[in-house]
Write a protein that binds this ligand. Sequence first.
Ligand SMILES: *[C@@H]1O[C@H](CO)[C@@H](O)[C@H](O)[C@H]1NC(C)=O
Ligand SMILES: *[C@@H]1O[C@H](CO)[C@@H](O)[C@H](O)[C@H]1NC(C)=O
Ligand SMILES: *[C@@H]1O[C@H](CO)[C@@H](O)[C@H](O)[C@H]1NC(C)=O
Length: 358
Amino acid sequence: MFSIRSFVIAALAAGVLASPVAERATCTVNSVDSAKNLSSCTDVVIEAFTVPSGQTVSIAAKAGATITMKGSVSFAKTTSAGPLLTIDTDNVKFAGNGYSFKGNGDLYWDGKGTNGGTTKPHPFLKFKGYGTFDNFIVKNSPAQAISIGTTGGAATFSKVLVDNKDGDASSLGHNTDGFDCSADDVTITNSKVYNQDDCLALNKGKNMKFTNNYCSGGHGISIGSIATDHSVSGVTISGNTVVDSMYGMRIKVQQSASNAAVSDVTYSGNTISGIDKYGFLVSQSYSEDFGTPGTKSKISGINFTGSQTTIAVNDKSVRVGVDCGNCSGTWDFSKLKVTGGKDSKIVKGGATISGGTY
Ligand SMILES: *[C@@H]1O[C@H](CO)[C@@H](O)[C@H](O)[C@H]1NC(C)=O
Ligand SMILES: *[C@@H]1O[C@H](CO)[C@@H](O)[C@H](O)[C@H]1NC(C)=O
Ligand SMILES: *[C@@H]1O[C@H](CO)[C@@H](O)[C@H](O)[C@H]1NC(C)=O
């Protein structure tokens, strides 16, 4: 028989009337609504769900939280602006367990990327906060896949797969950058990118490591494009493999950029093949590959040291392009070997380049 008294006792026993700010240990995200307030969650479990059109998800858990995927998240075709998913948690331990974020890019792709045609949400995923991000898949991002804007501490991304291979069909995938990074103290390692634009685009930041990754089908490993007032310094690019791409590796500074700088970039032990335009390109005339270089931003300290970097380019590709208007210092290219294609074009713009075979 119903009794108010027994209801109250049961409710108290269940903690319903207890402190309203009790810390929730494990929180389950299996819908857009369930992700809305995770500020007290130390342990977030993501289960499979679909994000409906017109909605986006932000996962902001308590600092130090663990976020664990136990299913894939699919995004319906949407007119929402990107990012469609933001992870914004300090000192997070994000474990993807091989599950996917499915962007359904094939529903948008028209060969025009973010330059026209169907409006494509971009970036697809945005990372803020900092911590470790391990073992997840991005499948078919509408345009740019992963934007790294971490702050507050070091961030390490490992075993990430960006799989936009489907965008190769009829050249419909475009501007599908793997990692776009504007942040300090970031490491990206043991990851794979199959796409149609930059594998990595490092736009600004210091102390960056890109190691032991695999890039296929895109525009290679890029620093830049560097815009006015932006600087990149202290970069290690080592042990990577780039295949079947427009460029192997590039440093691109916008022709009009002023007060910008790229300094202290070390390349070591990269293996690159099947390149169509330039094996390695340093350009201060971007968006041209090789034009009239700008002079209001500077590039210094570009070295190929440690283990040999080998680049094999296709017949029509230039082996190395250096198009400098304002470059300086001695660049040690002794561990660079480039074969095939057409002769290198070198305009040093103030730098001294020593060693290497190209
Ligand atoms: C989020 O949840 C916490 C307790 O878990 C609460 O204190 C806070 O007011 C909530 N914030 C919002 C915006 O609902
Ligand atoms: C090179 O760029 C730096 C940084 O923007 C600037 O201070 C310097 O004047 C430039 N040098 C030349 C020769 O234009
Ligand atoms: C690059 O090589 C030059 C010439 O050996 C050297 O002076 C410079 O310190 C090196 N830069 C880095 C970042 O290792």
